[in-house]
Design a protein around this ligand. Structure first.
Ligand code: F0G
Length: 346
């Protein structure tokens, strides 16, 4: 049941210390939406589901990990948490901190954070600091700050973030009855891919549900795991994954190696096209969240055979996070008279 939140729902399967003070904003239990019309457009012959993580309380998958990390931080007596963020982690940290009655400090790369995310951090009362640099610079700084001061780091290098985030893999198995054959997801700092793999492995040991092949997808201008080296100045319209030096990059590479998968990159145009196709099904996700799907389309075009397979694309954040990326155009304006409206309609 959604109102429980993931800590209550999965209990001991999520390994956080006993001293933790369990929080909940009723995160998790997001829908797994079948998209058969999209499958037809892509040639048919397989099943495709969208795990819509944008329907978490702060609009992204980060809430799953954040509830665990903040519960642990509060339990050990932390009065302040801190994170570097491209926006979603910040919003989530801010929400759970205020829920717990503690402070959140968020460091964001200057000028590149989508408006919905910044607004959320402000509303939840976080102290927001813009860094004249990238996410990677911000992450380095928060590591230094937490070494110097008694402040808890809640980026995904915090193991409890991974513990919470793996609950999405449990949910997918619970819903389908087993793991899908393939899981496609965006990769930024590489926490989520690490968490999903851990979740599928754990469930497989317990319930023999299997482990999917992982397709991790980065944006072309921020694809360190594809080109094999750090990207000093990452660039992409998918600002959530505008990261040049993923903290869990090594683990992400291990995941794809173990599962016979791969990490590929897609262009900004491919991301925006994928975002539009999903919106055409009534599923509006932010650009980074469409990257997994963009990668799947690219792989299908390159000859990937998915006959009779079950595929899940993880859509990590809601479209409302980044409204500015949408070209709306000026709606036609008319007088409030039926005949005037009719003229435009027909
Ligand atoms: N999708 C969205 C919407 C994200 O916000 C992020 C990461 C990712 C995908 C990638 O996940 O980092 O675990 O590989 N956002 C972080 C943030 C970096 O600060 O909000 P990852």
């Amino acid at each position: 049941m959604r109102s429980e939140g993931i800590l209550k729902k999965y209990g001991k399967l999520i390994d956080i210390p006993d001293y933790s003070v369990p929080l909940s904003l009723a995160e998790g239990d997001t829908p797994l939406i079948p998209v058969p019309k999209i499958v037809e457009k892509l040639g048919g012959g397989f099943e495709l589901f969208v795990k819509f993580e944008g329907l978490n309380p702060t609009g992204s998958f980060k809430d799953r990990g954040m509830v665990a990390a903040v519960s642990e931080a509060v339990g050990k007596g932390s009065k302040t948490i801190i994170c570097a963020s491209t926006g979603n982690t910040a919003a989530s940290a801010a929400a759970y901190a205020t829920r717990a009655g503690i402070k959140a400090i968020v460091l964001i790369p200057e000028g590149k954070v989508a408006r919905g995310k910044l607004a959320a951090s402000a509303m939840y009362g976080a102290k927001i600091i813009q860094i004249d640099g990238s996410f990677d610079d911000a992450l380095k700084l928060v590591r230094e700050i937490t070494e110097k001061f008694p402040i808890s780091l809640v980026n995904s290098i915090n193991p409890y973030r991974i513990e919470g985030q793996k609950s999405a893999a449990f949910e997918i198995c619970d819903e389908i009855g087993k793991a899908p054959d393939m899981l496609c997801l965006p990769v930024g700092n590489a926490g989520n891919i690490t968490a999903y793999h851990m979740g599928f492995e754990q469930y497989n040991k317990l319930k023999n549900t299997g482990i999917p092949t992982f397709l991790g997808v980065q944006a072309e201008g921020a694809a360190p795991l594809v080109i094999g080296k750090i990207v000093e100045k990452p660039e992409t319209i998918a600002t959530a994954i505008r990261i040049g030096n993923p903290a869990r990059g090594k683990q992400a590479l291990e995941v794809v190696q173990k599962t016979n998968g791969k990490i590929i990159s897609v262009s900004d145009k491919e991301i925006l096209d994928a975002q539009k196709i999903l919106a055409g099904e009534g599923i509006w996700v932010e650009p980074a969240s469409a990257a997994g799907f963009a990668g799947l389309i690219k792989e299908l075009k390159a000859g990937l055979d998915l006959s009779d397979k079950k595929v899940v694309i993880v859509c990590t954040g809601h479209g409302l996070k980044d409204p500015d990326i949408v070209e709306i155009g000026m709606p036609t304006k008319v007088k409030p008279i039926l005949s005037e409206v009719e003229k435009i309609l027909f």
